[in-house]
Every structure is written in C-alpha cells, then in structure tokens.
Design a protein around this ligand. Structure first.
Ligand code: CA
Ligand code: CA
Length: 131
C-alpha cells in the first residue's frame, strides 16, 4: 500500500488528502499452455503494514483451451503410411483404419478430427473419428 498526500484548496480552506491504493492487478508472467497446465492456484494477501493485519484469498485461474495444435496421425512414420493389399480386393474393402489425435482434445468433449484424401479418386474415406 502506498499513501500519497496532496493539498487541495477548497473555499480558502487547505485540505490534506490521503489517497490509498487499494487495488493490485494480477498479470501473466510467463507462457500459458493449457496442454501443460490447465489451472493455477495461489494465494494473494493484503496487509496494512501491521504483520497481524494480513488477509489472504485463494485465487484459482483456469486456462481456457484454444485450438493451437495440429492433429497428429498416429499410424504415420516420418509422415508416411505404407500398406500392401492384394489386387483382387473388391470395391468397398476396408484397407486400414487411420488414427489421429490432437493435443487440444485432452480436456474437451466432442473434439473431432476429420479426414479427407487430397489426391486420387480410386480410394475414399467413409467417416471421421472423434478423439
Ligand atoms: Ca487442434
Ligand atoms: Ca490448445
């Protein structure tokens, strides 16, 4: 707490006013990443200078997730998936399930990852998966 004394002249009477700073602002002091730490808890205490005049409050800060990570395809090795299939497989034969995950999906329900083929028209993907 800091006290600033100031003089005011009001109708010829000189007043000495004291301004008491009674607020403190909590700021972010580092990088926040909900994938690492989703909640912080600590105490903030206020004191008037007398050691027996201290009051504290528990502070809880929830870090809200944002979609800041790319999904990862778990079946890929160095970005590639290689499979071998027989030539006589019929149309509609399932070849491989591709599994992906996303670090943003750790705490969210309903986080979905969609799949699509960027090239070719011989193969197709039937559905997308939820993580
Ligand atoms: Ca993501
Ligand atoms: Ca995130």
């Amino acid at each position: 707490m800091a006290i600033i004394k100031d003089s005011l002249l009001n109708n010829g009477i000189n007043y000495v006013c004291k301004y008491y700073f009674t607020a403190g602002t909590i700021h972010v002091g580092g990088d926040l990443n909900t994938e690492d730490v989703a909640q912080y808890s600590f105490q903030v205490c206020a004191s008037d200078g007398n050691t027996s005049h201290t009051v504290c409050a528990n502070v809880s800060i929830d870090v809200i997730d944002v979609n800041d990570n790319k999904p990862r395809i778990l079946d890929a090795v160095n970005g590639e998936i290689s499979i071998h299939v027989y030539e006589n497989n019929k149309k509609g034969t399932s070849l491989i399930n591709i599994t992906a995950t996303d670090d943003d999906c750790r705490t969210k329900e309903g986080c979905e990852i969609s799949f699509r083929l960027l090239t070719g028209n011989l193969f197709y993907i039937l559905y997308f998966m939820y993580c």
